[in-house]
Design a protein around this ligand. Structure first.
Ligand code: DQA
Length: 170
């Protein structure tokens, strides 16, 4: 059963649409600190996540910005257009209350978000041990390399299917 199967979401349900969002410096994946983040580029991450989405019956679209305001606008724009978000906020995870509030606003409307960190943030510098955004997300995946995006997408699609099922039963 996938997230778009009739039993999960009703026969007329549209394929779940998920925003794969990346924050600052993640446009440099593949060239930046390869010992920590590996050699996979952002384009590769986006393509493989979109391919997994297709396999699971979902539509994944992608965006990246180095700017906090642009990320907030992209999160707001999921209202009425997306069913879920997979988000690697980069360093903003550690201190951006503005991003936290934007995420809280959309998750409160029933758009689940899973936070991803490629590296294990808990095994790194102390300032990375805190995420101010993770508490308003469904959960956080950290330290699984780019495989973490697969886990996050599967988890967000599972949550979307559960919520659709619950809405259909009402
Ligand atoms: C990161 C971890 C952050 O601490 C860091 O600032 C990043 C990447 C990760 O994917 O491991 O930019 O989000």
């Amino acid at each position: 059963m996938n997230a778009n199967s009739p039993s999960a979401a009703g026969p007329a349900a549209a394929p779940p649409r998920v925003l794969l969002l990346h924050g600052p410096n993640l446009n440099l994946l593949g060239e930046r600190d390869r010992d920590t983040y590996g050699s996979t580029t952002l384009k590769d991450v986006e393509e493989r996540t979109a391919a997994l989405g297709r396999e699971l019956g979902a539509e994944v679209h992608c965006a990246q910005s180095n700017s906090e305001g642009a990320l907030i606008d992209l999160i707001h724009a999921t209202r009425g257009s997306d069913d879920g978000i997979v988000f690697n906020p980069g360093a903003y995870a550690h201190y951006s209350y503005a991003l936290r509030d934007a995420l809280e606003a959309v998750t409160g409307l029933g758009i689940p978000c899973v936070e991803v960190h490629i590296s294990n943030v808990h095994a790194r510098e102390a300032f990375r041990h805190t995420s101010v955004t993770a508490p308003v997300c469904q959960g956080m995946v950290s330290g699984h390399g780019i495989f973490g995006y697969d886990l996050a997408l599967r988890s967000v699609l599972h949550r979307i299917a559960e919520w659709r099922e619950a809405r259909a039963a009402r």
